[in-house]
Write a protein of this length. Sequence first.
Length: 253
Amino acid sequence: MLILKTYLLLFLAILSGINEVFAQQMEGTVTYERIYRWSRIYSRLDYLSQEEKDRIKLTWGNDDENKTNMKLFFTPTRSKYSYESEQGVSDDGRYSWRQDEFQIFRDFEQEKKTELIEMLGKTYIIEDSLQAPKWKVMNQIKDVNGHVCMLAVTEDTIKKQQVKAWFAHDLPVPAGPEQYFGLPGLIMELDINDGDVVITAIKVELKPVGEEINLPKKMKGRKLTDKAYRDLINTHIKDSMKAHRNPYWSMPY
C-alpha cells in the first residue's frame, strides 16, 4: 500500500509538472463568433409593455441575430481581445461600416488591465488593476469546439446580467472574451443572460502571437479608473431607462 501511494504521488507530481511546462509554453489565438439577439434584449426593458415586446419579437422573427467575429490573442501572462476585422460587413455583403474601438488588454503577471472602448460618442481608456469576477464553478461539462469544458457562473451587478462561462482545462490560461477572465482555463464560450448574447470559440490556433498582443504605442481617449467607468455605465443605464431608450445601442451589452 505504501509503495502504491508513493507511485501515485510521484505520478501526480509529474503530471503537475507537465501541465506547468505546457502552460508556460502555450500561446495562440482564438476566433469567436459573437451573436446578439436583439428581441431578447428588448424583452428585458422594463419600460416596454408586453404588447410592445410581443410586437418587437414578431417584427424581428427569426432574423434578430447580429453576428460578429472577435479575436483573442493569448500567452500564459497576457491577452488581447478585439474585433477580428476593423470593418464590419453585413451577412449578405451588401454594406459595411467601421467597427467601434474595442480593445481589451490583460496583463495577468502584473495584474493590470487596459481597455479602449468607444461608446456614448466618445473613446474611453480604462486603466486599473485586475479584478477577476467572482466565479462559482459548477458540476457541469460540455464540448465546445472539440474541448471538454467546465461551467462557471457569475453576475454583473451593474447591468444585472447572469453570466455563464465554459472553460477548457486543456488550455490552462486565465484569458477569455469580452471583459471576462480569471478561470483555470481558457473561456471557450460565454453566455450572457441566458442567450441574449453568446460568444463561442469557432477556431483555436496554438502559435506565437508576436507583437499583436502589445498595447498600441499611441492611445487617444478619456482616461478612467474601473470605478469611474462602472459609475458611467450605471448612470447611462438609469438615464436611458427613464427616457425609454435602449441603453445598449450605444454601449457594449
